[in-house]
Design a protein around this ligand. Structure first.
Ligand SMILES: *Cc1c(COP(=O)(O)O)cnc(C)c1O
Length: 451
């Protein structure tokens, strides 16, 4: 057996954590997870934590869910992995059919990869190659429109269409150029408008970009419903439908990145279903396996697929070693079965309403500027001054301190700067939702009292 001391020492000595300032990490207490069950994670000493961010937006039905565990074990006894290059396997075939069945009509082809970044990277390359092969008149369509504060992954391609400055700044010389539109961030509207009278000015800016440059634009990429890593920004109703209309009008492909919002997180299976929009390319990952194994899928229309048929050099020139991994696909199938068997999306609606009700309590805190909720994706934006919406000075590290205070209370949260996110598992109980909200509120209150 490895002791806690041993593990902590080795963690500090050997592991380089993602998006983590390791110098600061060394000074904070290590959280060493040993196991999970349902909504909870347990550390090596047996302390219990409510996982209120679903292990960063992955987990759907709880940790160590017997049906998913069983499906993985059953597949493991058959085969763990074989390649999808020029040959097929059973679970990836069945899963592709399922994904086509449950996504909006028109998305008929499934390209597998491993995680969110590769799902969007594949979508960008598909869109690019599509126009190159579609017809000679479209060969200048090589650029992308993306949104400020959008996030599509950390590989160079997916980062190039991102908009979160702190992720991009240092790598800017490596990134390809494109067009960036303002983010539809109603709380801090770039035009200083309010939703009632704005007539979606943000889409008018997108239209202007398209009007002037459509001949060189291959696709627009965005996260529907919630712009997640950029600050849990809730996209105003009507925006997506308008963007779909504009893309069609200007011969621009629409890539929807549902890596975070897909699989029930916003209350519908897919976020684009809130506005009955069908993208040309749909990127899925994170909760696709219920949060158990890395797997991603990029779905495409038949129109796109057709353009890749014919001579050898027209094939899609892209692929990854673990494409269509059997264990991941088996987990994904078990994940989807739970949605169906439990009629989960319907059952979830009352919990979503209950969460809205619990969130009202946060207005009692003076420094809560905005509360954004779409289903089970919540962002609570903390500000120094509610009137002026002035943010806290970064040196206070308010978000980070709230998260550490919450950990002491047995609650795992994540901050996006000073936006506190709550992203519960779809399987969370009402009592657990109460625990999550009460302790988030108490943690915020404690930190605010100290500064
Ligand atoms: C997390 C995320 C990604 C990147 O996924 P990884 O699995 O971390 O590569 C891409 N797009 C969105 C919207 C995400 O939330």
């Amino acid at each position: 057996m490895y002791t806690k001391e041993m593990l902590e020492k080795w963690d500090l000595e050997y592991v380089w954590h993602p998006f983590t300032q390791m110098q600061q990490y060394q000074e904070t207490e290590t959280l060493m997870i040993a196991k999970g069950e349902g909504s909870y994670l347990y550390d090596v000493e047996g302390n219990k934590y409510l996982d209120a961010v679903s292990s960063i937006w992955l987990n759907a039905h709880g940790h160590a869910r017997p049906e998913i565990n069983q499906a993985i074990k059953k597949q493991l006894d058959l085969v763990a992995h074989s390649t999808l290059l020029g040959q097929a396997n059973v679970p990836s075939t069945v899963l592709a059919k399922k994904l086509v069945d449950i996504t909006p009509a028109g998305l008929n082809k499934v390209f597998y990869s491993d995680d969110g970044s590769t799902a969007t990277e594949a979508a960008l390359k598909l869109a690019f190659q599509y126009w190159q092969q579609k017809s000679s008149e479209y060969q200048n369509k090589t650029k992308f429109i993306s949104l400020k504060e959008g996030y599509h992954g950390d590989t160079i391609g997916s980062l190039s269409v991102g908009g979160v400055d702190s992720f991009q700044a240092i790598f800017r010389p490596l990134l390809f150029q494109g067009y960036q539109a303002e983010v539809p961030y109603c709380y801090r509207c770039p035009w200083g408008l309010t939703r009632e009278g704005c007539d979606l000015a943000c889409t008018q800016q997108v239209e202007k970009i398209m009007q002037a440059n459509h001949q060189e634009i291959a696709a627009l990429i965005m996260e529907p419903e919630v712009i997640a890593a950029g600050g849990m920004i809730a996209v105003p109703r009507g925006y997506l439908a308008k963007i779909r209309q504009l893309c069609t009008e200007y011969h621009i492909l629409l890539i929807l990145d549902e890596v975070a919002v897909g699989f029930g997180r916003t209350g519908k299976m897919f976020a684009c279903q809130h506005e009955n929009v069908t993208p040309d390319l749909l990127c899925l990952s994170k909760a696709i396996t219920g949060g158990y194994l890395p797997l991603a899928a990029t779905l495409a229309t038949s129109d796109i697929y057709q353009v890749f048929l014919g001579s050898e050099n027209k094939k899609f020139i892209h692929g990854h070693s673990y494409t269509g991994n059997q264990l991941g696909c088996a987990a994904a199938l078990a994940n989807l079965e739970i949605f169906e068997r439990e009629n989960l999306l319907k059952k979830m609606q009352s919990k979503i309403d209950y969460l809205s009700q619990l969130l009202q309590e946060f207005w009692q805190l003076d420094h809560v500027g905005d509360i954004r909720q779409r289903g089970f994706m919540v962002g609570i934006e903390l500000v120094a001054d509610r009137e002026t919406k002035k943010p806290f000075s970064p040196e206070y590290r308010v978000g980070q301190r709230v998260i550490m205070a919450a950990r002491k209370r047995g609650l795992l949260l994540r901050p996006i700067v000073d936006v506190i996110e709550i992203v519960p598992m779809l399987s969370i109980s009402e009592t657990e939702l109460e625990f999550a909200c009460e302790n988030t509120l108490a943690s915020i209150a404690t930190v605010l009292r100290d500064i």
